[in-house]
Structures are given as C-alpha cells and as structure tokens.
Design a protein around this ligand. Structure first.
Ligand code: NAD
Ligand code: DAU
Length: 347
C-alpha cells in the first residue's frame, strides 16, 4: 500500500492550468486516493477544465484560500490529509494593472493554509511557487539558497507566500515544502501567457504583441514535467525545504514566436513589436539549477519544441475550451485595457 492510497489531497487552485494537470496526474497514479479541488473560480479557473475529472473520488469545493472558514470547513468535511496549493493570482501583466489583489491570495492565502495545516495536523503541505522570486540573472544560475529579489508585484506577492511558509515551518514546525517552477506551457493554459495567448491569436489570424526586442529569456518546462516534480516533492520532500523545478531549457521569446508562427502557418507580419509594457519590471532572464529535486529521483522528460508544437495542436483541436473563455467580458476587458493602446483596432 502506498502512502497516498489512503490520502485525501486538497488541491487548491485545481481548476486552473497547472493545478488541473496535477489533479489528472494524481487521479491516474493513485486511483485510490481522494482529491478535493478547492478553487475560487476566478477568471483563470474553469469548471470546463476539470469537468471530466469529477467523480466520487475527485470532488469540488468553491472557496477562496484567504477565507479560513471555507478552508477549514473543506478540510473538516473531507478529512483532508495533504494540501498542494496552486491557487494564486498568476499573471505579471495583471499585477501591473491591479497589484493589490495579488497580496490577498498569494500572501494572506498562504498564511491561512499554513495555519490550517497546523490546526488539522496535515501530513504535508506543498506550496507551489515560482522561479520569479529570485529576480533576473544575466549570467549563471540561481539555486535554492540564492537571495529572493522579486521585481514585479506578482513575484513579490509569491515571495511573500514563500516567506510565510518558511516562517511557519521555523516557528511552528509546519510540514511545508516550497517548490519554485520555471515557465510552464501545455494544454488548458488560460490564453493570457506568451505561448497560450499567441497560439490562440495566431490561430485566429490576429496580430500578437511582442514586448521590446523579444530577447528576454525564460526557462521553459512542460506542465507534465512540472507536475511530476511537485508530486515528487509531495512524496519525498523534506519539510522546511525549497525545491526548484526547472528544465534548464532557456529560450528567447522571439525564438518561441518563430515556432508558433511555423506551427500555426502564419508569417512575421502578424508579429507587432510594441514598447515594453512591463518597463523596468521586465526581467531579462530566468535561470536556475534543480539539482535538489533531481536528487529526489525526478527529471524532466518532455522535449520542448515537440511539446510546444503539440500545445498549438491542442489549441487548434480544442476551440470548445478557449472560445467560450475569450468571449467573456473579463477576458476582453483585460485585452482592451492592457493592449488597446498598442494594438489599436486590431484587438
Ligand atoms: P492559473 O492562473 O491558471 O490558475 C490559478 C487557479 O487558482 C485558478 O483556478 C483560480 O480560479 C484559482 N484561484 C485564484 N485565486 C484563488 C483564491 N484566492 N482562492 C482559491 N483559488 C484561487 O495559474 P497557473 O499558471 O496554473 O499557476 C498555478 C500556480 O503555479 C501559481 O501559484 C503560480 O504562481 C505557480 N507557477 C506558475 C507558473 C506558470 O508558468 N504558469 C510557473 C511557476 C509557478
Ligand atoms: O517563471 C515562472 C512564471 O512564468 C510564473 O510564475 C508566472 O505565473 C507565469 O505567468 C510566467 O511569467 P512570465 O511573465 O515569464 O510569463 P508570460 O508568458 O506572461 O511572459 C513570458 C515572456 O513573454 C515575458 O518576457 C513577456 C513576454 N510577452 C508576454 C506576453 C503575454 C510578450 O512579449 N508578449 C505578450 O503578450
């Protein structure tokens, strides 16, 4: 019998992009475990993403992680034994328009989950964080002992959550691990991030806004590899420890756009280079080592270019998922507010 066979795992943010992939992985690998998807269903969370997963063993509770009554109620009612938290405001560009909302979820929400972990003697809590908390690095790589130097309201709020987790472990012995992932891509990503936003727009024959000269570098990891890394930390991570989860696969934005153009059959004319809307907060390069997670037996398996192309194919074949999302005012209002002055009539 495996440790997770009798587990009840509360996956916060499980109706979002990465969280839903994690629920799929758990349900497939540990069909005898129970999963409670706890999600506020913000603009980024969609029941359509998880509808096929819901069953007697995989249930859904709507709630905000910063609301202790709802969090505690879900834990008590379902006898939760483990927590993995994906819930967050996750988009840098939105954190430029509305930085305050990020603090409620990404900082206070983590505090609430730490308190609940102590109160209900949760066996393990994994807080899913990001490589962005280290800030930008021109040369070399960050590791888990590098200082935290976030540059955007989003990454500063994630860093605040990481520090809550650290302080709770040190002060109260909270059994919490923090993971820091690189840039994810794959199916079911809300169409606002570089790959998902561009794929959906190019498939519609619309212009795409490339910020600045497009030479910024991100360390890309396929969502399946990221989720396998998080599961490894859930199973074997040492409480109080940070684990980087990256693929050491660095690409400039413009290199990615080239693959997206090829796969959608579009040409350069649809790429509109715009003045950088992130200004000083646009980190030049993310890069980190993930040796500590590799030492637990994890390693990335997916090939980047193949999987970017598969991701575009997925968006091409699954308009049923993204067409209703981009038809909503909450999507269109953001695109207008953020890109209106750059793309003009071409929204
Ligand atoms: P996402 O925006 O697609 O999904 C976030 C989910 O959390 C949504 O389902 C949303 O409804 C839910 N949510 C938001 N606020 C909530 C709240 N207050 N209470 C409960 N649920 C709430 O995000 P994602 O890209 O899947 O990222 C998941 C996590 O992984 C985030 O914590 C993010 O910081 C981290 N991360 C993301 C990436 C990436 O490239 N996308 C990389 C590394 C780490
Ligand atoms: O590094 C991990 C982080 O990756 C996660 O913590 C975040 O949740 C996730 O959103 C992502 O953050 P980035 O800001 O790096 O991702 P994004 O896809 O928004 O942008 C990637 C790069 O592409 C960045 O240099 C900005 C650029 N870009 C992005 C968009 C949306 C463009 O040039 N045009 C665009 O329209």
């Amino acid at each position: 019998m495996h440790e997770l066979d009798n587990a009840v795992v509360m996956v916060c943010g499980g109706a979002g992009f990465i969280g839903s992939h994690f629920v799929r992985l758990l349900a497939e690998k540990y069909p005898r475990s129970k999963v409670v998807i706890f999600d506020a269903l913000t603009y980024a969370g969609n029941l359509s993403t998880i509808q096929d997963l819901l069953s007697e063993r995989v249930t859904f509770v709507q709630g905000k992680i910063q609301d202790p009554a709802t969090v505690n109620g879900a834990i008590e009612a379902n006898h939760v034994t483990h927590i993995v938290n994906f819930a967050a405001e996750s988009h840098n560009d939105r954190s430029i328009l509305d930085p305050g909302s990020f603090i409620h979820t990404d900082v206070f929400g983590v505090f609430v989950l730490c308190e609940a972990t102590n109160k209900y003697k949760i066996a393990k809590y994994v807080q899913v964080s990001t490589d962005e908390v280290y800030g930008s690095i021109d040369q070399g790589r960050f590791n888990e002992d590098s200082p935290i130097m976030p540059n955007t309201p989003y990454s500063a709020s994630k860093a605040g959550g990481d520090l809550q987790a650290r302080a709770h472990h040190i002060t109260f012995g909270t059994p919490v691990c923090v993971t820091r992932g690189g840039n994810n891509y794959g199916p079911y990503q809300y169409p606002e991030k570089l790959i998902s936003f561009f794929a959906v727009r190019l498939l519609q024959g619309k212009k795409v806004p490339l910020y600045g000269d497009g030479t910024q570098v991100r360390e890309w990891i396929h969502v399946a590899d990221h989720c396998r890394g998080i599961l490894t930390v859930l199973l074997s991570g040492v409480p109080g420890t940070v684990y980087n989860i990256g693929d050491e696969n660095e690409r400039q934005n413009k290199q990615i756009v080239r693959i997206l153009l090829e796969e959608t059959g579009q040409n350069d004319e649809l790429v509109k280079r715009i003045e950088d809307p992130r200004k000083g907060a646009h980190d030049k390069r993310y890069s980190m080592t993930s040796d500590r997670t590799r030492a637990l037996g994890w390693k990335p398996q997916e090939d980047f270019e193949t999987q970017v192309r598969n991701t575009v194919k997925w968006y091409r074949d699954n308009e049923w998922w993204w067409q209703p999302i981009i038809a909503l005012p909450v999507y269109q209002d953001f695109v207008k507010a953020f890109y209106g002055r750059y793309l003009g009539e071409d929204l």
